[in-house]
Design a protein around this ligand. Structure first.
Ligand code: ADP
Length: 658
């Protein structure tokens, strides 16, 4: 599996040591900044609301104050209207001008802002023009003051005359529904320097104080100069704002107005919003300083904290990189000794590093051993290949030798059989008396020749058969055959030999139903060989028994004799080819030592076996042939319908002479 795709997508390398303080600072900046902005907005808003409220209160106070001074002056004018000199003047009585002036001047003390004062009869004609300024016309025509019956003095609206702002104060002279006339005073709008100082002290220098008619028709400053009215400039926090075109630098203004009762005027106070929030802004500036200091302290703390957090991580990263390069450097004990999570992580890392180091060392050792083992295996493999090669050569050589042996045996058998058959033929001719009658001695000699010829032929057949078995050239025609019938056929073959030695032969039938899965010829050869051996190794007067037993899937054929028996250490070796129990020149019986080997080969090839079941010295032996009772379910060593048995050509038809 390849991890290259992961490597190519590896994130850009970043240092937590640098980014963490920046991140903490950023967060702090965000939080403190947001808190500052929210606080600032709230502070300014509160300051504006408080200033607006204060402005309203001050405006009401000033309006009340203006109202009281207006009332006071109205009382003065009314007092003058009751003056007997003035009444007489309006009644048409003769009044000395000096006397009238003196009466009128009581209304207007020295330094007053009144610029004219006059008397009018009810008909509108001026009585006196000798007062301060001669006035023409009715007072209402000059100041717009409508005279009212009764005893009260009235204030007229502000009006502009020659660049200055004036107003009239008018009071009736006389009582009742028809006064005798009016006393009217034309006054210039002005506030004394002392009053201005008081106002400034009350509202501050930045506040604009204006008088205006209730109708809004004219605006005037405290000093009596006409002024432009301010314009609406929207709302802020629900407070209506104004703006002055003539003083744009003042910015938005807070406006508070209060009517001056007893007059048709309204007092208007305008306070720049900037001035209203001066205190709040100063507080904000201090707060900003505090925040800055806090931020600096927090920055240092964040740097220290992140360093404390990230240093061990940096160490861990370096140590991990070292491990990747194969060097196992533990993290400094200072970090590992810390009791917190970082300390535990460092301690765990050190443990892991030492374990990895130990595992790596062990692994390296194992790799070395594996390499050594691999070298040895390679050597062994080379040796094995060499041996295999040698074995192959040996096998080829053995096969070659075997083939040569088989060829030799075939040739030998052929070469020996021909003269042996010739011997048999000629012997038979002599025995038949074709060349003249024979004496008894000649008959006996010819019989010995015949016996020797048969023995030789049997020997040759044994050798040839075994050679065929070894070469794998034996074929089997297996089928289910009746056991008793096969064994019964043996008696005719073995009985003559048994009779010669006075041996009793007995066949105990297994039952007609018992069948066996075998090649009939091969089975006959096996049983005949066992019987021949039994006759050969059983003494005169002995006994030979053949019986068959069905045991489930198998059938056992036993050949029991009362002969010499076999030594226990020879019980297996007698099945080896060319092996006999009686070895060497001391043996009393003939034979090649091939019979049992051939029997076992045949039996095994048919799915069974041949073995010695019992043997006693003396006491005789029991040889057993185990065979299958029926055809194997599948596969097996034998083909049920094989070719005709060519092995039978080897002369197994007759019992071998002994
Ligand atoms: P051969 O009989 O030609 O020597 P076998 O292979 O048939 O060869 O027998 C091998 C040997 O087994 C015999 O030489 C003999 O020593 C021993 N043997 C076989 N059958 C018997 C038997 N029934 N009793 C005693 N010994 C036996």
């Amino acid at each position: 599996m390849s991890f290259e795709h992961l490597a190519s997508k590896a994130p850009r390398e970043q240092s937590l040591e640098r980014t963490l303080p920046l991140f903490i600072m950023g967060m702090l900046l965000l939080v403190i900044g947001a808190a500052f902005v929210v606080t600032g907005r709230e502070l300014l808003r509160s300051a504006r609301i408080a200033a607006a409220e204060r402005l309203r209160n001050v405006t009401r106070e000033l309006a009340a104050s203006a109202e009281s001074s207006a009332q006071q002056h109205a009382r003065t004018v009314r007092g003058a209207a009751r003056d007997p000199v003035i009444r007489r003047a309006l009644a048409g009585d003769s009044v000395a001008p000096a006397e009238l002036d003196s009466a009128l001047h009581r209304i207007v003390p020295a330094g007053d802002s009144a610029v004219a004062i006059g008397l009018w009869r009810a008909g509108g004609a001026a009585v006196s023009r000798r007062v301060l300024v001669v006035q023409e016309g009715a007072p209402e025509q000059r100041g717009g003051v409508m005279p009212t019956p009764g005893d009260s003095a009235r204030y007229g609206p502000l009006y502009l005359d020659d660049g200055r702002v004036y107003y009239w104060v008018v009071a009736p002279v006389g009582t009742g529904a028809h006064p005798a006339g009016w006393i009217a005073e034309r006054r210039r709008l002005t506030v004394t320097a002392g009053a201005v100082r008081q106002i400034n002290a009350l509202v501050g220098r930045d506040v604009g104080v204006y008088f205006r008619n209730d109708t809004g028709s004219l605006w005037a400053t405290l000093s009596g100069a006409p002024a432009r009215p301010s314009e609406s400039d929207g709302h802020l926090d629900g407070i209506p704002l104004r703006r002055r075109r003539d003083r744009p630098t003042m910015g938005p203004l807070l406006l508070a107005e209060a009517p001056i009762r007893g007059t048709p005027w309204t007092l208007a106070l305008e306070l720049p919003v900037g001035t209203a929030t001066t205190g709040a802004r100063a507080t904000l500036a201090r707060l900003a300083m505090v925040n800055l200091v806090l931020l600096l302290v927090a920055a240092v703390a964040a740097w220290a904290l992140s360093r404390r957090l990230t240093r061990p991580l940096v160490q861990l990263t370096h140590a991990a990189a070292e491990i990747a390069r194969g060097a196992f450097t533990p993290i400094h004990e200072r970090w590992a000794a810390r009791g917190d999570e970082v300390g535990r992580l460092a301690a765990g890392f050190n443990r892991m590093a030492s374990e990895v180091a130990a595992s790596r060392a062990a692994l390296e050792q194992q790799v070395k051993e594996a390499q050594t083992l691999g070298d040895e295996l390679e050597r062994a493999n080379a040796e094995l290949q060499e041996s295999t090669l040698r074995a192959e050569h040996a096998r080829v050589a053995a096969e070659e030798a075997n083939r040569a042996k088989s060829e030799f045996l075939a040739m030998m058998s052929h070469e020996l059989r021909t003269p042996l058959n010739a011997i048999a033929g000629y012997t038979e001719l002599l025995q038949l008396g074709i060349h003249g009658p024979l004496t008894t001695a000649q008959h006996e000699d010819l019989e010995r020749i015949r016996h020797s010829q048969r023995t030789l032929l049997t020997l040759i057949d044994d050798v040839l058969n075994y050679a065929r078995i070894e070469a794998g050239r034996v074929e089997y025609a297996v089928s289910e055959i009746p056991l008793d019938e096969t064994l019964a056929g043996m008696e005719a073959l073995i009985a003559p030999q048994a009779r010669v030695k006075g041996i009793t032969y007995e066949h105990r039938p297994a039952g007609a139903a018992v069948r066996v899965w075998a090649d009939r010829r091969k089975l006959e050869q096996i049983v005949l060989n066992l019987l021949s051996n039994a006759v050969k190794f059983t003494g005169r007067g002995g006994r030979i028994t053949v019986d068959g037993t069905a045991t489930g899937d198998h059938v056992l054929v036993r050949v029991t004799d009362t002969g010499c028996g076999i030594a226990p250490d020879k019980l297996e070796s007698i099945f080896e080819p060319f092996t006999q129990a009686e070895a060497g020149l001391t043996r009393t019986s003939g034979g090649t030592g091939l019979g049992l080997a051939i029997c076992r080969e045949f039996a095994r090839a048919m799915g069974g076996d041949v073995y010695v079941e019992r043997s006693a010295e003396p006491g005789g032996s029991t040889f057993a042939v185990r065979l299958l009772a029926r055809a194997p379910r599948e596969g097996g060593a034998i083909a049920a319908a094989s070719a005709p048995d060519r092995a039978s050509d080897g002369g197994w038809h007759a019992p071998r002479p002994r």
